[in-house]
Design a protein around this ligand. Structure first.
Ligand SMILES: [Zn+2]
Length: 214
C-alpha cells in the first residue's frame, strides 16, 4: 500500500499532463512544466513600465500596461482563482512596487468593495496587493451597499455619490497610498481619495499594478 500510493500519484500526474497539459495563461502555448503560469516568451514580456498620471489632482502611478501578460494573470487570479497566477503577480508586485512606494506615507489602503462581493469571491486582489507593499493597512470605510457604475456620471455627481453606501469605521490615516489592481478611468481611486480627504487624510497618492490606456 505504501508503495502503490506514490505509483498511483505518478500515474495520475502523468495522465493529467497528457490530457490537460499546462498552458501559458497569456498566449495559451503548451508548456513542459506546470510550476510557472507563463511560457518563457511571455515571461520576457513582463516588464516594469511605470507611468505617473494626475487624475483630478490625484497622483496615480501604474506599474505596467494593459497589454502586459500580467493582465491575463490578473484575470486568471480574479475570475478562476488561479493561485499560480496570483503567486507570480504578488512576487512581481513586491519587487516592482517597492521601487515606487513613497516611503513618506504612513499606511496603505484599497478602494472599499461591497462586503457581499468580497464574501462571495473570498479575496480582494487590491487588498492582497495593498498588504504586499510593506506598510500597515488602513481600512477606514466599509461599503455596506453595492455601488452602481460611475462611468456615465460627470465629475461632480461622481464625487457626490462617493459617500453612498459607505460607512466610516474610524482611524483615518494622515497619509495614505491607495492601491488597486487596475486603473481604467480613475473614477474609483478618485472617489476614494475624495472621501478619505473629506475625513481628514492630508496626503494621498495611488499605486496600481496595471493601467488600461497607454
Ligand atoms: Zn505565453
Amino acid at each position: 500500500m505504501e508503495k502503490t500510493a506514490p505509483l498511483l500519484r505518478t500515474l495520475l500526474q502523468f495522465s493529467r499532463c497528457v490530457c490537460f497539459p499546462p498552458r501559458c495563461r497569456h498566449c495559451g502555448a503548451v508548456m513542459s512544466q506546470d510550476s510557472v503560469p507563463l511560457c518563457q516568451l511571455c515571461q520576457s514580456l513582463v516588464v516594469l513600465k511605470p507611468l505617473l498620471q494626475r487624475i483630478d489632482g490625484l497622483p496615480v502611478t501604474s506599474l505596467a500596461s494593459y497589454n502586459s501578460p500580467l493582465f491575463s494573470l490578473l484575470k486568471a487570479w480574479k475570475y478562476r482563482k488561479d493561485m499560480l497566477a496570483a503567486d507570480y503577480i504578488i512576487r512581481w508586485w513586491q519587487s516592482a512596487a517597492v521601487l515606487h512606494v513613497d516611503r513618506s506615507m504612513v499606511t496603505a489602503s484599497y478602494p472599499p468593495v461591497f462586503w457581499g462581493k468580497s464574501l462571495l469571491r473570498g479575496f480582494i486582489p487590491a487588498r492582497v496587493l495593498a498588504e504586499n507593499i510593506g506598510m500597515p493597512l488602513s481600512i477606514p470605510f466599509c461599503q455596506v451597499m453595492p455601488r452602481a457604475s460611475q462611468v456615465a456620471l460627470g465629475r461632480q455627481k461622481r464625487l457626490l455619490s462617493g459617500f453612498r453606501g459607505l460607512v466610516y469605521l474610524g482611524k483615518i490615516s494622515p497619509t495614505m497610498i491607495i492601491v488597486d489592481d487596475i486603473i481604467t478611468t480613475g473614477a474609483t481611486l478618485n472617489r476614494y481619495a475624495h472621501v478619505c480627504a473629506a475625513r481628514g487624510t492630508e496626503k494621498i497618492t495611488a499605486l496600481t499594478l496595471l493601467r488600461a490606456e497607454e
